[in-house]
Design a protein around this ligand. Structure first.
Ligand code: GLY
Length: 429
């Protein structure tokens, strides 16, 4: 098969690495890709958000399948455009991708389908939103309705913070059009986990659970990032709760979307919080998580390309989707200053020194004029190790992280450190 993978982050390097192992693959192209994806196929300089360019490229290479990584082209309708051109695509339609692209859409779907989430109200008017946060007695989270590159969510401790978040989104348009509408929800407390699944709109194949770490510093301090590391599985997650999430959230969401006439195909990823009142949806994502993909795909025993092709053609029930029992831990190395401003162009040393069975998935990286690997983004790379337990994988991941260096490199030292703490001990933190 000729395959085009759309995207250029660590997630896409992990997808490319796994797709390249498929006996079904003839050739892989990645648009735009990064130096990591270039190890597994041919990068083409077309932006993921250039829908015309992606469709033209897919036609030029006679793609049998296009796999779309990031949320923006999905929400903009790339899969619809490809299918209209007769090209099979892995990912939800623009209408189904609203599950991630509109928080108000997701809240309304959950209300109608009786899927547990926090109470919320949606506002198109800043004055009314401000009055609301004065009226309610609970703490709130203010969310820009649309896609805001992971930055549109403000978790508030008091009314002043909520007012500032409403002003930033609705009056100052800090997130552009995405903040013209806000969803204000009751703040939840508890431990978070990511519930990924493949679906073709009818069959659902659940992936193992995973957890990411968003704040930039140890102890969950500092601003949120795109993710500083991840692990799988969370042994603290009771099986009865995991099962409830699979049936009462993921599968119920897929059914509700089908019933609404917007069948969902691709990866569906509800972000969950385990509150004192039970598991609640924090948000949905309409794609593989990053960095969760980097720890999930090394656990996938089956052929990812066969799965993606089956999803695109509505025959997921026919292919095996099997997972290793091994645990995985991924540690992200970031540029100094991230998620604020940061330098680029620093040479990256030591990747050749990592163990053979440890993966280094590249994200914000480039080749300089001399062909050296240099930093080119905030999240630079993810080091992923496996083990019989999360503790073993964690020790191996950090042992290998220490062999890689670039000027000012920062990483958290506590990724997966609490992975073995029972739920009751960690609840509420
Ligand atoms: N890990 C969070 C995300 O992918 O959005």
């Amino acid at each position: 098969m000729n395959v085009l993978l759309v995207g250029g982050g660590g997630r896409e390097h992990a997808i490319a690495w796994k797709i390249a192992q498929s006996p079904l693959l003839t050739k892989l192209w990645i648009a735009p890709g990064n130096p990591g994806t270039a190890l597994h196929g041919e990068n083409v300089e077309v932006k993921a958000t250039d829908l015309d360019g992606i469709v033209a490229l897919a036609q030029r290479i006679a793609a049998d399948l296009v796999i779309v990584g990031p949320e923006d082209p999905l929400a903009a309708g790339l899969v619809d455009r490809l299918e209209a051109a007769g090209i099979a695509a892995f990912g939800p339609s623009g209408a189904a991708a609203q599950l991630e692209a509109s928080k108000a859409f997701a809240k309304s779907l959950m209300r109608d389908a009786n899927i547990a989430t926090s109470s919320s109200a949606t506002f198109d008017d800043a004055a009314r939103a401000t009055a609301y946060v004065h009226d309610v007695s609970h703490r709130v989270v203010v969310k820009a309705d649309g896609l805001a590159a992971g930055k549109g969510v403000t978790v508030c401790d008091d009314v002043a913070q909520a007012e500032a978040a409403i002003d930033a989104a609705m009056r100052d348009r800090a997130f552009g059009a995405a903040g013209a509408r806000v969803v204000i929800e009751e703040r939840m407390f508890g431990r978070e986990t990511s519930a990924h699944a493949f679906t073709d709109g009818v069959t659902v194949r659940h992936m193992p659970f995973s957890c990411d770490h968003k704040p930039v510093f140890d102890g969950d301090r500092g601003p949120n990032t795109g993710g500083m590391g991840a692990y799988s599985p969370p042994s603290w997650l009771p099986e009865r709760v995991a099962d409830a999430i699979r049936r009462e959230v993921t599968e119920r969401t897929v059914s509700a979307l089908a019933d609404a006439g917007t069948p969902y195909r691709g990866v569906i990823y509800p972000g969950m919080m385990l509150t004192a009142d039970g598991p609640r949806v924090v948000e949905y994502n309409s794609r593989f998580g990053d960095p969760e993909t980097e720890v999930l795909l090394p656990r996938l025993r089956s052929d990812l390309l066969a799965i993606c092709d089956a999803v695109a053609h509505g025959r997921l029930a026919e292919v095996p989707v099997e997972w290793s029992d091994d645990a995985t831990v991924g540690v992200i190395m970031v540029a100094p200053g991230y998620p604020g401003t940061y330098p680029t162009g620093a040479p990256i040393e030591g990747i050749e020194d990592v163990d053979d069975d440890v993966q280094v998935f590249l994200a914000g990286t480039a080749r300089d004029a001399a062909g050296r690997l240099v930093t080119a983004g905030g999240r630079v790379l993810c080091v992923v190790a496996s083990g019989k337990t999360v503790a073993e994988a964690r020790e191996r991941a950090y042992d290998n992280v220490k062999r890689i260096s670039f000027e000012g490199a920062h990483y958290r030292t506590d990724i997966a450190a609490r992975a073995d703490e029972p739920l009751g001990v960690a609840a509420g933190r």
